[in-house]
Write a protein that binds this ligand. Sequence first.
Ligand code: HEC
Ligand code: HEC
Ligand code: HEC
Ligand code: HEC
Ligand code: HEC
Ligand code: HEC
Length: 339
Amino acid sequence: MKQFTLLSLFTALIFTSAIIISGCTKEGPQGPAGTDGTDGTAGCVKCHDDSQNIYAASVQWEASTHATGGNFERNAASCGACHTSQGFLQRIANGTMEADGTVENPAPINCYACHQIHETYTEEDWAFTASGPVEFWIDGTVADMGKANLCAQCHQSRVPDPIPVPGGGDVEITSIRYGPHHGPQGNMLAGSGGYEVEGSLGYNSSLHTELVENGCVTCHMADAYGAQAGGHTMGMSYIYHGHAVVNDAGCVACHEGEDIDEKVEEAKADIDVLLADLKGLLIEQGVLDSSDYAITGTMTSNQAGAIFNYQFVREDRSGGTHNFKYAKALLTNSIESIN
Ligand code: HEC
Ligand code: HEC
Ligand code: HEC
Ligand code: HEC
Ligand code: HEC
Ligand code: HEC
């Protein structure tokens, strides 16, 4: 990424003053005298200062999957709404699930997607582009995850066709990609949006749902470990002496003295067994293949729901950490419902 230079600051300043001046002449009566150059840059310097905050965030972001994932080429209206910076801003402005159209010159999710950069040219511009409670697309559930409401706008289930209804009749599955799509972490953390078929476990959430005030941000954006984890890398683990280690900076406030890696591994081990059992059953019943794609055709709503839950927990990718109780109940009850 190009570095910020004084020359470009100066150029931008001339450009913004030009806009302000031309604005005045258009609006008739002359307002009070404008601010001079020194005052004009005061707002800029609040952010473009020597604390190197922007530089550090940029280095972290550059190493993140938001910058490197490459999937911003998914720029059709329905995909660009989450996969491109511009498409996301369009759909938030419109309150729709799609971008205005195919996004030209698509940009990956960057500073401008999440912060209101250069709107007022003051520090207020660190404000997020989306901040209120999220209303999830799949079921209209509303959740408030503080700063992570921003994340959950994109990290949520898409709307599958059909939406599986517990106790419904047979359904026709026409897409091998049947499921919630890749990033349903928001729904998982909120503890909703799964196929809640009746079974031996109730649908309760782990205490993370209620207690982790800023959701994703508390854990994934805790103090950075270089450019591998935390901060704007949003990564959860880093390599230390050849081993992957969980960045526990956001956990210690609650898990003081606990072995976090062990806890995460334990949760994962339990969830992996359930995922394998459910997958085995779905393959046996001819509705899923070994590469995790649905086998299209008519099936019972419990089978479709079981495929959905399988993909929901698998694509959540936290191995149970996000919401252990909910993930466990979805898998356990699904296994019972098709067994
Ligand atoms: C809210 C904090 C904030 C304020 C206030 C702010 N900027 Fe920026 N500015 C940013 C961020 C963030 C970027 C993007 C950094 C990047 O791309 O790595 C940026 C980028 C830039 C760039 C590089 C353009 C580009 O596209 O990369 C210029 C030039 C610039 N700002 C000038 C200004 C000027 C002039 C002002 C005051 C009139 C100002 N900024 C006020 C945060 C701010
Ligand atoms: C504009 C939509 C959008 C927003 C807002 C957003 N994300 Fe993402 N996120 C994505 C997409 C899309 C990807 C995958 C990028 C790719 O593959 O090109 C991703 C990837 C990630 C990954 C990396 C997963 C991996 O495999 O490495 C993490 C972690 C993540 N996001 C966390 C967050 C957090 C935390 C927030 C809120 C602070 C957030 N995201 C906000 C869309 C978004
Ligand atoms: C509601 C937001 C949203 C929409 C709409 C969306 N995606 Fe995604 N997509 C995501 C997120 C978030 C991730 C990253 C999830 C993660 O890393 O766990 C992702 C990841 C992906 C990946 C990477 C998967 C991988 O395993 O690396 C592909 C490919 C993809 N999406 C394709 C698409 C296509 C094609 C469309 C349109 C038909 C689309 N997406 C629409 C949010 C969305
Ligand atoms: C996916 C969303 C996302 C992207 C992309 C993103 N940020 Fe942020 N940023 C956040 C969130 C969320 C916080 C709040 C973190 C916290 O409170 O711990 C934040 C906080 C910050 C802060 C501290 C702001 C303050 O109030 O003091 C700075 C500085 C910052 N970001 C700079 C950047 C820059 C520079 C870029 C681009 C290189 C960028 N961010 C890209 C989500 C994002
Ligand atoms: C309680 C802490 C916590 C919260 C809250 C949390 N995560 Fe995670 N997340 C984790 C841990 C731990 C992992 C697994 C790391 C591992 O396996 O090494 C993970 C894994 C992931 C992954 C898989 C890729 C990766 O980085 O390992 C994504 C994507 C992700 N989380 C996104 C989110 C989003 C989006 C939210 C908010 C909706 C969220 N997380 C909330 C702790 C958390
Ligand atoms: C705000 C407090 C808080 C934070 C922050 C927090 N946890 Fe937890 N965590 C808890 C509590 C309380 C439990 C006990 C869960 C229960 O009984 O529902 C728990 C349980 C767990 C479990 C066991 C599975 C379960 O839910 O029973 C894992 C794994 C875990 N946490 C990992 C993490 C990781 C990793 C982080 C940081 C990335 C983290 N936690 C951050 C409070 C927190």
